[in-house]
Design a protein around this ligand. Structure first.
Ligand code: ZN
Length: 134
């Protein structure tokens, strides 16, 4: 896992510093909302924290292992829509995650793009989990 200091800007784009944003969730604190969990999972992609991605994946859909694509940088997250209030145990978060090849990638292999997804989350025993996305 790449290290990120608590006073650097959080990759998820809230404008908060990492230590006040996704860091506590990456360290195991329950995310208060599905959106907060989604943000922490984007940040986990950005810092290559596969353990957090697996830990927050619902057991019914969780892959056995996860190989992160280290050739891309996850640059920016836009939350497009959320559904589900604070008292709901199911929610959806629609987002666009922007990525591009790491610096140093040969020109013919460079990619950049946007992954859009409408993700489904459930809360069990006070913890939000990612279920799947479409
Ligand atoms: Zn964050």
């Amino acid at each position: 896992m790449a290290s990120l200091s608590d006073d650097s800007r959080c990759p998820c784009g809230t404008g908060e510093v990492f230590g006040n944003c996704c860091a506590p969730v990456l360290r195991g604190k329950p995310a208060p909302t599905a959106e907060a969990l989604m943000r922490s999972r984007f940040t986990a992609f950005a810092v290559s924290d596969a353990a957090h991605l697996l830990a927050t994946w619902h057991p019914s859909t969780r892959p056995g292992t996860l190989d992160l694509d280290e050739s891309v940088l996850w640059q920016r997250l836009d939350i497009l829509a959320t559904s589900g209030g604070p008292f709901d145990d199911a929610a959806r978060v629609e987002f666009a995650a922007h990525y591009r090849s790491r610096p140093g990638t040969p020109p013919e292999e460079r990619v950049r793009g946007v992954q859009r997804e409408n993700s489904r989350f459930v809360r069990e025993s006070g913890r939000w989990y990612y279920v799947d996305g479409a």
